[in-house]
Design a protein around this ligand. Structure first.
Ligand SMILES: *Cc1c(COP(=O)(O)O)cnc(C)c1O
Length: 378
């Protein structure tokens, strides 16, 4: 069994993907061109925002957003402690200071109460200027944007939605990648909407920021390509990836998002009542299920279940074994920073199960049977 079966997905979408790739090759444009422009229009429309600017990967998308806002030394960027490294790495790389925030132990997303507490602490200390909240849509579930927007407005902060895992999710009928002042996503192959290599995108309603993003991603270009008005980067989504993503976005919107929700329901139905922490989707939210993550009672049980699944040929992953505050690379800023009980508990107890839109009922059953058998033996 595959953790995320990209081969099966390709075998099903093959005809359309092969056609799109061949067509792009014959057109002879490999950077830019129609597929990129059309994809940006389709992505913006899907997310419900005015502008989408594609780039080379989800990490660059975060970096470009921070550059657009001029985030740098002396600025505090609030980041959930339980996330993928890039959510915080990018702020640090721009010279800003990530301030880690504990998460909610049920939704895995940034905890609004802890967020406000840490903003007030940074203000009281007066050393850093609070500028940005990086809200991550972890495992496919949008963060609590009702509360986060309220906190951001009251304290004058910008919201950067890291939707690398969140594409397709919803909150109150609005789509992920529309909740930030700027939102970003990643098209890394295993993300909810993945390409066949690296890719990423930035979303915003602000035309001025979109224009700045267009400039930063191509060496800080001015109106003319060889008139460089700022220091930028080389971060383009290439034409072949855009052609593939056009096909995959259609499949995602037409069926894959519904299918991952079907798989999640099947998991939850079979596993409920077995004494396992199941992912909970609060009222008004829809997840795009980048991961289906269960919680066990402790590290020892989690590790034994993972070994048991492996013996049964079932892959599983620990996302994530370490909070940001305990990452070696952040030692200089996290010295003495504490108060992450939810993150610390999750790092010891989470286990992500195989999850993708082409998973059959039989496969879900197989995984659940192995888990229930394990629980029964305890
Ligand atoms: C994958 C991921 C990124 C980075 O995306 P890449 O395309 O791999 O650079 C950033 N944030 C989160 C939460 C991610 O899961």
């Amino acid at each position: 069994m595959e953790f995320r079966d990209l081969k099966r997905q390709y075998s099903i979408l093959r005809k359309d993907i092969d056609k799109a790739v061949l067509h792009a090759m014959e057109a002879g444009t490999f950077i830019g061109g129609c597929p990129v422009r059309e994809l940006e229009t389709a992505l913006a429309e899907y997310a419900g925002v005015r502008r989408c600017v594609t780039c080379a990967n989800g990490t660059d998308a975060l970096t470009i957003a921070l550059k657009v806002w001029g985030i740098g030394p002396g600025d505090a960027v609030f980041v959930p402690d339980f996330t993928f490294f890039a959510s915080a790495e990018t702020a640090m790389a721009e010279g800003a200071t990530p301030v880690f925030v504990d998460v909610d132990g049920e939704t895995f997303n940034i905890n609004p109460d802890d967020l406000e507490r840490r903003i007030l602490a940074v203000k009281a200390e007066g050393r850093l200027k609070p500028r940005v909240i990086v809200a991550v849509d972890l495992f496919g579930l949008p963060a609590d944007y009702g509360r986060i927007r309220d906190i951001a407005s009251r304290h004058g902060l910008l919201i950067l939605e890291d939707g690398a895992q969140g594409f397709g999710g919803e909150y109150l009928g609005r789509k992920a990648c529309s909740f930030g002042d700027i939102s970003t996503t990643s098209f890394f192959p295993a993300k909810p909407l993945g390409c066949y290599g690296d890719g990423g995108a930035i979303f915003t309603d602000n035309e001025e920021w979109a224009a700045l993003a267009e400039s930063f991603k191509v060496h800080g270009k001015g109106t003319d390509k060889y008139d460089n008005v700022r220091i930028g980067m080389n971060s383009r989504l290439d034409t072949l990836q855009a052609a593939i993503l056009q096909v995959k976005l259609r499949a995602f919107a037409q069926k894959e998002l519904d299918e991952v929700n079907r798989v999640a329901c099947e998991y939850s139905d079979r596993l409920k009542g077995a004494g396992i922490g199941l992912p909970s989707i609060p009222e008004g939210f829809l997840s795009s299920w980048a991961q289906y993550t269960i919680r066990l009672s402790g590290k020892e049980e989690r590790d034994r279940l993972q070994a048991h699944l492996k013996e049964n040929g079932i892959p599983s992953m620990v996302y994530y074994p370490k909070g940001m505050h305990s990452q070696t690379a952040f030692a200089s800023i996290s010295d003495g920073c504490d108060g992450f009980p939810a993150t610390e508990k999750l790092c010891e107890t989470v286990l992500s199960l195989p999850m993708h839109p082409y998973m059959t009922v039989e496969e879900v059953e197989l995984v659940c049977r192995a888990i229930l058998e394990f629980k029964g033996q305890e």
